[in-house]
Design a protein around this ligand. Structure first.
Ligand code: ATP
Ligand code: MG
Length: 286
């Protein structure tokens, strides 16, 4: 991080569901134009943390600042008003509506004929085509219903829709999980395109190789806590895996001094939560 005002600054975020402390005193920083990979095992709290930022989940405690100003979101609409957009795991597209209709869902351009508002389909299609072209997204035909598109095309439409709200922050929850190789490439390219425009991106993914293609930094969640962050140039897949599964000592933190023949299993016992490392954002990596 360059020391400027973060686009997003989350501190002390906690959320409990029944007996599960889903988020426990989590911090997160995100700089303008930065791509942050948010990783962690199933149930680590990644989706919940990003839903707090997108207004879909109200935390029990903690603060959020956007560009240095304190905000509190009670709904996704309030987050959208502050230019925070999230593409959810289930995409929330409308299958029986065409591509252009999905891009403008809920804010379709209208024109009045004899005082009666009609959907302005020609304008909607022209605007949709321009929007997709500017993001480098190609679909065969914007009048096709989205149920007939491939997984990658649907993902692109969902991201395109989010990008069209002029976000400062774009959160993507596992956008490449179900995609074929070429489709993954297209989505990663889209992430590069929006971040190059200054949009800050949070990418949640289990595809660790993707992190190294688009992310500037990553943050690791473990059982509801943010336990480590790394600049992408200062880490590798092996260390990230170690952090995700909760190995207490990694090859890197041990100065690459793992002795030949040293059984990894000796390091793999999951520590009790109380002895987890706890790097807060801003802390220098070990
Ligand atoms: N609405 C809810 N009610 C009850 N428990 C919840 C709710 N939302 C999340 N949880 C619990 O909180 C924990 C964290 O869930 P979350 O979805 O944030 O994990 P995740 O890191 O996104 O996992 P995954 O990689 O599997 O998507 C899980 O144990 C989950 O069951
Ligand atoms: Mg999730």
């Amino acid at each position: 991080m360059d020391g400027g005002v973060p686009r997003v600054r989350m501190r002390g975020i906690s959320k409990r569901y029944g007996t599960i402390q889903t988020l426990d005193d989590v911090s997160l920083d995100l700089m303008p134009g930065e791509v942050l990979g948010l990783v962690g095992d199933n149930g680590a709290g990644k989706s919940t943390l990003s839903k707090v930022l997108s207004g879909a989940v109200v935390p029990d405690a903690g603060t959020i600042e956007i560009d240095g100003r304190a905000v509190a979101f009670a709904s996704p609409a309030e987050a959208r008003a502050q230019h925070v957009e999230m593409v959810y795991q289930d995409l929330s597209l409308c299958d029986t509506v065409d591509v252009a209709g999905n891009l403008f869902l809920g804010r379709e351009p209208r024109r009045r004929v004899l005082g009666i508002p009609f959907l302005d389909k020609p304008r909607m299609r022209a605007d949709a085509a321009a929007m997709l072209t500017s993001l480098g997204i190609s679909v065969p035909d914007i009048t096709v219903q989205v149920e007939n598109l491939s997984g990658g095309q649907r993902q692109s439409i969902a991201i395109g829709r989010a990008a069209s709200f002029d976000p400062k922050v774009l959160i993507m929850d596992e956008p490449t999980a179900a995609l074929a190789v070429a489709e993954v490439e297209a989505v990663l390219e889209l992430i590069r395109t929006v971040s190059a425009r200054g949009v800050s991106v949070i990418l949640i993914t289990h595809r660790l190789q993707d992190l190294f293609l688009v992310c500037d930094r990553l943050q690791v969640m473990y059982e509801g806590r943010a336990i480590a962050q790394r600049s992408i140039v200062d880490t590798d897949i092996e260390e990230v895996v170690d952090l995700i599964v909760g190995r207490k000592f990694t090859a890197r933190s041990a100065g690459h001094a793992r002795p030949a023949g040293h059984a990894r299993s000796a390091e793999t016992a999951r520590p009790a939560r109380s002895d987890r490392p706890s790097d807060s954002p801003g802390a220098s990596p070990p």
